[in-house]
Design a protein around this ligand. Structure first.
Ligand code: AMP
Length: 418
């Protein structure tokens, strides 16, 4: 038997109802905050991700699904959505009418990571991006939206971690102070961090290797190196979060390695996921639109890990599962023909109906109705056809009414929707 690919998974009925509910709640929130949906291809030219995510990141170095198409062009299954959304924003000149645009996207991403709990090779993200606003207040709005979404989805034990990455003016000073410090602890760093120390020292700060974390305890903080604009900017973020009563912690190890990231960066963490504690991450990427060939337009956004969100939501798929409104237990050929016609007509008016097609005994049909959780059962056999009425039983209250076979669909509708 052919099995699915390692690190991939199926989302089956019984689980998918929760995914649908998460999607519904997220869409509602985006709609209320004026975000428009954008749908983009799951494949792009490899170059796009190399340039936007950066050559010396784990994603580009070892995790992308990249292959030549039949003509030899290198294409990649998207490992994240921001790059493609920025590409679309530039390609369709979406900034021409109004540079301020707000988008959201729901869909699969692909990274060839080591599969483990909470880490898949095809996983799903809920993504939001805001273009054209320099004010850090929109970063606050994004954090508020995240916290609200998690709250509505009953996610326990959530905390918002925030940091600032400074700007191209103040970051170089911090980088060299950090590099000096890293030189002094080089023998304690993992081999990846020794390499990062020279090429991308900020990334050493978010290394998860315990020895590196320990070595970095006395690392300088960017907060001590901010220029006055960045300091004011970060103060505004904190004040505004306070005003909106969004709790947060300042996490100086929260960094993004690339030069086009600037100022606010944030992550939503949860105590309920073990090692994979981040359920959403985001921040400002003021330099990316220009980097990818567009005008100098600032941008900010976030990505939520859908799979992890589904895992930690306090909501249960069974709360959203649609059960049949009615099960028609039909006995004999004539009854089945009639039951089939009714069930089709009921389905067309939104009354979900199931029936049995193999003329099983009444007992076994009743069992199935019970298993499916049908709200009502209508029993139809030769006796009922002869008498011209059939009993409709409310499975919860066990009350039974007798309905005329003539005009049955209308009668059922009247009974179910009084
Ligand atoms: P990132 O794009 O790396 O900032 O990730 C954003 C969010 O996507 C993370 O906080 C995770 O919740 C989720 N995520 C990233 N990689 C994976 C993965 N391999 N499997 C499941 N979720 C993931």
């Amino acid at each position: 038997m052919i099995q699915l690919i390692r690190g991939f998974k199926d989302i089956l009925p019984g689980e998918v109802e929760l995914w649908q509910e998460i999607e519904r709640v997220a869409r509602q929130l985006f709609d209320d905050f004026g975000f428009k949906e954008i749908r983009i291809p799951i494949m792009e030219r490899t170059e796009l991700f190399k340039r936007s995510i950066g050559e010396d990141t784990d994603i580009v170095e070892k995790e992308m699904y990249t292959f030549p198409d039949r003509k030899g062009d290198l294409i990649t299954l998207r490992p994240e959505a921001t790059a493609s959304i920025v590409r679309a924003y530039i390609q369709h000149k979406l900034f021409a009418k109004d540079p301020v645009q707000k988008f959201f996207l729901l869909g699969p991403m692909f990274r060839r990571e080591r599969p483990q709990k909470g880490r898949y090779r095809q996983f799903y993200q809920i993504d939001a991006e805001i273009f054209g606003v320099t004010s850090p207040l929109v970063d606050v709005q994004l954090i508020l939206m995240l916290v609200t979404l998690f709250d509505r989805l009953q996610v326990p034990d959530i905390s918002a971690h925030i940091n600032t990455l400074g700007c191209p003016k103040c970051r170089p000073g911090f980088k060299s102070a950090l590099q000096d410090m890293l030189m002094s602890v080089s023998d304690k760093l993992c081999s990846d961090c020794v390499r990062r120390r020279d090429r991308n020292p900020l990334r050493v700060l978010d290394c998860k290797v315990p020895a590196c974390r320990e070595a970095l305890e006395g690392a300088p903080s960017l907060l001590d190196h901010l220029c006055s604009e960045c300091r004011d900017d970060f103060a505004e973020v904190r004040n505004s979060l306070d005003k909106l009563k969004v709790p947060y912690v300042i996490d100086k190890h929260l960094v993004r390695g690339l030069d086009y990231y600037a100022r606010t960066t944030f992550e939503i963490q949860t105590g309920s996921l073990g090692a994979q504690s981040a359920v959403a991450g985001g921040g400002r990427y003021d330099g990316l639109v220009k980097e990818l060939g567009g005008p100098q337009i600032p941008a900010t956004g976030f990505a939520i890990g859908f799979d992890r969100l589904a895992e930690i939501s306090g909501l249960k798929p069974s709360d959203f599962e649609r059960k049949p409104d009615i099960f028609v237990a039909a006995l004999g050929e004539k009854s089945q023909t009639l039951a089939f016609e009714w069930s089709c007509r009921l389905g067309l008016i939104g009354i979900s109906t199931e029936m049995d097609f193999s003329d099983k005994s009444l007992k076994s049909q009743m069992k199935r109705a019970d298993r499916l959780g049908a709200a009502y059962v209508l029993i139809l056999g030769d006796k009922e056809l002869e008498e011209g009425t059939a009993p409709l039983r409310n499975m919860a209250t066990k009350e039974q009414v007798s309905l005329p076979i003539d005009g049955m669909v209308d009668k059922i509708e009247e009974t179910l929707r009084p």
